[in-house]
Design a protein around this ligand. Structure first.
Ligand code: ASP
Length: 448
């Protein structure tokens, strides 16, 4: 039997109507055996996420201020959900479970307020309610997501324990976002960490698929704040995901899916608002044929600086590049990418990281390397264009560069490594939006 782990994010579990949607989604495919949930998120733009409510309750308790009104808001959020889902005796049972959870939290907040424990109660309650609603087993990650005492995830132990907890079960709902250490102290992942729990569950049961249900129908090919109504990407490789998420595309973070992608489990981003939409499938290798697009997506970042150093005849000797990199290393200054030519090196660096050490770095490079030319240019941005299908020809590069040229955009750097299309293009910050739109026009043309 196929096994899918389906993770539902905050907006997908925000109210009783969404719990009902989840039931429909699960009923459509018996492979959806293991569900991972976040805490209820925003129901509308002015709403507050349950995790944020809980964190402000914790802050108040830690300051010995009155946290009761905040706690009541949390209780009322769940009460609204429970009352929309259950009736009679079951409703009473759920209300008792909720009161008991809120009572235990209140006691803890009064005696020994704990941030992680408080934050975790949103996922705990959401998972318990969903499990009861679907007739699934509730699995508390307190017993199977294992952290070391320093709060670092113990991956081998987690996979063993989670596998042992889940494998014998036909169906289960697992609370996302938290686990516990050997002293049974609750730890949470970073914000948004239910994605990690989902990936861990998928790996622990060697799932065939990891579904990530959210409120958008997949990864958008460009930032919708820049490109109106961009297309959704149908297939994406892990590598493309890495580049786009590193460059700021709002999509799953690579490290949050690593446990699943590490062993090649495909990840499917889906929307509870549009469940028939197949969403975006993220895979190790893109399927052959069919998809004839050269460019998959575009993302980018502003706030870049470029250091350019030139010295004649340095390409013949060794040490020029390593000396420059050594000066960066001494200052703990990472670079985004590095371009080398004959007797010249160009480094692209985040301006906010460069600023504090700019003067000293410039002085050191000038004194030690005695370059023929050295300059720093700020207010640049980098645009990443990815598309693994565009490898066979340089058409994609040509199309992208032509589109940028047609739009009258100055190209300050181009970085194209060997292999798949993974083009990093530098443009002035002022042309950033126009450049993204120009690259997107290539994607749009291709998919139409
Ligand atoms: N509820 C947590 C948060 O709001 C974790 C999650 O949603 O994944 O960050």
């Amino acid at each position: 039997m196929n096994t899918t782990v389906a993770k539902f994010g905050g907006t997908s579990i925000a109210d009783a109507a969404h719990f009902r949607k989840i039931r429909e989604i699960v009923a459509e495919d018996s492979a959806r055996r293991f569900l991972v949930v976040s805490a209820p998120g925003k129901r509308n733009a002015s709403d507050v996420k349950v995790t944020d409510l809980l964190l402000s309750v914790y802050e108040k308790a830690a300051e010995e201020e009155n946290f009761e009104p905040g706690l009541l808001l949390v209780r009322d959020r769940f009460l609204g959900i429970i009352r929309g889902l259950f009736e009679k005796e079951q409703l009473q049972k759920e209300e008792e479970m909720l009161s008991e959870t809120i009572r235990a939290l209140r006691d803890r907040l009064l005696s020994d307020p704990d941030k992680a424990y408080t934050a975790s109660r949103g996922e705990y309650l959401a998972a318990r309610i969903l499990a009861d609603y679907l007739g699934y087993t509730f699995v508390d990650p307190e017993w199977c997501v294992c952290f070391t005492e320093d709060g670092v995830l113990d991956l081998p132990m987690t996979l063993r324990t989670m596998g042992a907890a889940l494998r014998p079960l036909q169906n289960a709902v697992i609370a996302g976002f938290y686990g516990a250490d050997a002293n049974a102290r609750i730890h949470t992942f970073e914000r948004g960490g239910s994605d990690v729990t989902g990936a861990l569950a998928a790996r622990a049961v060697s799932a065939d698929l990891y579904e990530n249900w959210t409120d958008v129908p997949g990864l958008l090919a460009a930032d919708p704040r820049i490109v109106p109504d961009p297309k959704t990407v149908d297939f994406l490789s892990y590598r493309e995901l890495r580049t786009l998420s590193y460059m700021g595309a709002s999509v799953l973070h690579t490290d949050s899916v690593l446990p699943a992608s590490d062993i090649g489990i495909p990840i499917n981003i889906r929307s509870t608002e549009d469940p028939k939409n197949p969403g975006t499938m993220i895979v190790r290798k893109l399927p052959k044929g069919g998809l004839r697009r050269a460019v998959t997506g575009v993302a980018g970042r502003k706030g870049m600086s470029v250091i350019q150093v030139e010295k004649v005849m340095t390409s013949d000797g060794s040490g020029f590049a390593s000396n420059i990199l050594e000066s960066l290393k001494k200052r703990n200054l990472p670079f985004e990418h590095c371009l080398t030519g004959i007797d010249t090196i160009t480094l692209v660096i985040r301006s906010d990281l460069l600023a504090p050490v700019k003067e000293s770095l410039l002085r050191e490079l000038t004194e030690e390397l005695q370059p023929d030319y050295i300059s720093i240019r700020d207010e640049l941005s980098t645009i990443a264009v990815v598309g693994e299908k565009g490898t066979d020809s340089s058409d994609a590069n040509v199309q992208v560069l032509q589109a940028l040229t047609r739009a009258g955009i100055e190209i300050t750097t181009i970085n194209q490594g060997a292999g798949k299309l993974n083009l990093l293009i530098g443009v002035p910050e002022g042309s950033y939006e126009d450049a993204v739109r120009a690259v997107y026009s290539v994607i749009k043309e291709e998919t139409e």
